[in-house]
Design a binder for this molecule. Structure first.
Ligand SMILES: *Cc1c(COP(=O)(O)O)cnc(C)c1O
Length: 456
């Protein structure tokens, strides 16, 4: 029999034309977002001053199973999609595992991540509504870059609040974002009320995603015809990211493969939600039963050690409350290098499915993640992002289990992006100066103390 190809593509005709809304098949829907003042479920009218209207509708839509991807977004997708599905032959060989490992490579665009999938959709709807500017936050910089790319494509001004530690660690992110024509501000800044307050309360802080979100939202609601866009956590983002799993499923079918295990790294849950949705559909409808694994950093363990509770989405408490696995909005992660996985909460969709036992979560330490990253780089030739490398670690660990048991399982993982801006972290690993920070129970208690009391 001919050997299976290493890279599996799709023709334009084979590309999915609809996003899949996993909420439609969930028995227990994700809990509604609550108004931060009244603690009542957020209505469309209350959401539209913050988010673009069509996106608010998607946010609230728990019922429509498949949603057409607008033609204009499909056209944008075709510039950088389909993303290749790659069989990791060299990695398999290096591990000596009988497992078959496939990865979906989402880093093939300038943002270096899967985030462009949702940026393309969100900016399209904003433009269609006639908005005249957008704001957002970015952690490690991939979302800010992706959004600046989409904003340039659809021609709409953008201000990006970037978490200060990342801004300082990755000066070239600023250059790229400015090259695509957007403004970038290190957060917490003195340009917003909430930024000034956070700077006063935590002098010298390097910021967090939670802070940057508060600033971007304040800017959006205080600027005419401006809205805020968010790159992860939200239901609409998981919807847009479903393109990853839909493509992967078709690509695997082309080589008669179907995953026994689906793995994604978990920060806010968007890429995990994106790769798993197509397979979760099979689980929820009883068509198949693949195992789904979320891999999170031991330094920010929202699923494995967090609480399933209503919490503020941001540090400044201007955003709605979401029911999710969380470490508390005042949890300040250590300056761990996995910038994009430093969020205190988790997507309500992923959280609910995890709570209901449809996926499992593991937490991995940073040095183990970089060990996996370097083995992957050497064997598969791609320099992975530290965030993505959590999924690599998870896949390698599953493949090593197969080596022990002799089972030839099929493993699919999402390689969310490339790590060219993360060389300080790689250098620290190579120099042996990288440490593994694991919060103590006491550290976590401080974050939990910031959880709001909500009667359900
Ligand atoms: C943002 C990001 C992540 C984590 O975000 P999720 O919403 O959890 O997917 C993972 N990998 C890369 C490359 C990212 O840019």
């Amino acid at each position: 029999m001919a050997k299976e190809p290493k890279r599996i593509f799709l023709t334009e005709d084979e590309m999915p034309t609809q996003w899949y809304n996993v909420r439609a098949d969930m028995k227990n829907k994700p809990a509604p977002m609550l108004h931060p003042g009244t603690h009542k479920p957020l209505t469309l009218e209350e959401m539209t001053p913050i988010f673009c209207e069509e996106l608010c509708k998607q946010e609230l839509d728990n019922d429509t199973r498949f949603i057409d991807i607008p033609e204009e977004v499909q056209e944008f997708y075709k510039i950088f999609r389909p993303s290749p599905l790659i069989r990791a032959y060299q990695l398999e060989k290096a591990l000596g595992t009988p497992a078959k490992i496939y990865y979906k490579f989402e880093g093939n665009n300038t943002s270096g991540s899967h985030k462009l999938n949702s940026a393309a959709a969100q900016v399209y709807y904003a433009k269609k509504q006639g908005l005249t500017s957008l704001t957002t936050e970015t952690g490690a910089g991939q979302w800010g870059t992706a959004l600046s790319m989409a904003s340039a494509f659809y021609n709409i001004p953008l201000t990006v609040y970037m978490v200060k530690v990342s801004y300082e660690q990755k000066p070239f992110r600023k250059s790229i974002i400015e090259t695509f024509g957007a403004d970038i501000v290190p957060s917490p800044s003195n340009t917003t009320k909430v930024g000034r307050e956070i700077n006063e309360k935590f002098p010298g802080t390097g910021g967090s995603l939670g802070c940057a979100i508060s600033e971007a939202v304040e800017k959006a609601v205080t600027t005419d015809n401006c809205r805020y866009v968010l790159g992860s956590v939200l239901n609409q983002v998981i919807l847009h990211q479903s393109i990853i799993g839909e493509e992967a499923k078709i690509q695997m079918a082309k080589v008669d493969a179907y995953p026994d295990i689906v793995i994604g790294c978990a920060g806010g849950g968007s890429n995990l939600g994106g790769i798993m949705s197509a397979f979760m559909r099979d689980k929820l409808t009883g068509a198949a039963n693949p195992e789904i694994i979320a891999v999170e950093p031991a330094s920010c363990p929202s699923m494995t050690r967090g609480k399933f509770a209503y919490d503020f989405a941001d540090t400044g408490h201007v955003c709605p409350l979401a029911k999710m696995y969380t470490l508390g909005s005042e949890f300040m992660p250590s300056p761990s290098h996995a910038g994009g996985l430093r969020y205190h909460g988790m997507s309500p969709i992923v959280s609910q499915l995890y709570h209901d036992g449809y996926l499992k979560a593991v937490a991995v330490e940073q040095t183990k993640v970089f060990e996996a990253a370097e083995l992957f780089a050497k064997t598969e030739t791609i320099l992975p992002a530290p965030e993505s490398s959590h999924a690599i670690r998870g896949a390698i660990d599953e493949a090593l289990k197969c080596k022990e048991t002799g089972e030839a399982k099929t493993i699919l993982f999402n390689l969310t992006g490339t790590g060219f801006f993360d060389m300080t972290a790689y250098q620290a690993y190579n120099d042996g100066t990288m440490s593994d920070f694991i919060p103590t129970d006491e550290d976590l208690e401080k974050g939990f103390a910031s959880l709001p009391q909500i009667e359900e």
